[in-house]
Design a binder for this molecule. Sequence first.
Ligand SMILES: *Cc1c(COP(=O)(O)O)cnc(C)c1O
Length: 362
Amino acid sequence: MQKRIYNFSAGPAILPEEVLLEAQENLFSLPGVGMSILEISHRSKTFDKIIAETKEDLKSLLDISDNYEILFLQGGASLQFSMVPLNLMPPKNKADYILTGSWSKKALKEAKRVGTVNISASTEEEKFNRIPKQSELKLDPDASYVHFTSNNTIYGTEWHTEPEVGNVPLVCDASSDMLHKKINVNKYGLIYAGAQKNMGPSGVTLVIIRKDLLERSSDSLHTMLNYKIHAENNSMYNTPSTFGIYIIGLVAKWLKKNGGLEAMYKTNKEKAEILYNCIDGSNGYYKGHAQKDSRSLMNVTFNLATEELEKKLISEATVAGFDGVKGHRSVGGLRASIYNAFPKKGVEEFVKFMKEFQAKNG
Ligand SMILES: *Cc1c(COP(=O)(O)O)cnc(C)c1O
């Protein structure tokens, strides 16, 4: 088998080796089926079972009640920037958005096309290096919903508790931290997440929506943009990403087998701590972007004194077998994405590399 390197990519991103091996083993022919997952009909009994099991496993991992519908859609998290306001904003046509990074800004841009948007808080003036405090949020109690981004993939910040929004439905873009810990789904009206960061391959987006909110979807909406239609058709109004749903199912089983989301969260905290300790212990050689209380467990962002040094680190890291540590093109610097599937051993080895780099180039 070919050797694998350490993949710090922000997305599409690392998947559990066991999942890849199982998918590989069964790619030619699903056991007892005699056809590949890539070849079977989404209307087949085999696929019915796959989608049902995937939903059940997600329900059990997150304790999702029957008040919620689980959907597998396409168009990425980016299409949700439009679907959320199109479905949920009417009839009041006003919503609150909390701006904590590039993705929330993109969500805001689409919402503005649908109705009036109130920016409840923004940390843009501080280069999005923190999550706003509850006391900073200017919330409209009459808003259709409040939108926030639970993990800011590009800036490396994360909400450690949900904003308190009273009775207004809370909508969350959880694309880069979905399934990294147990959350209380009952606090949310809708959660969406592109799969390719922490759950599976690109091409499928998980949407968890409280059933009563489906009543807001107007019949005048285009069919493919209507949550209610997708819910009524078990995500199979059209052909879904069958392979994507299959891989999410394998990832969910992998999480369950390894102790569920409590165990995953414990490991994620340990991994992030190793990296942040290295940054904090470097006497300012490595500068973390996020303020300490806003640090992400998934995307660790930092800088060196100069761009030259950053480039040098990136190229030496690549040679040493660490891929994808370059920061997002919009902000530069460095970013180590250490999603669920990223092994603790890889973090330890990268920290060793960082310390050696500092010793040589300090
Ligand atoms: C990657 C990302 C997106 C965009 O996802 P696509 O599936 O490419 O549309 C949106 N929000 C967040 C938080 C992301 O990390």
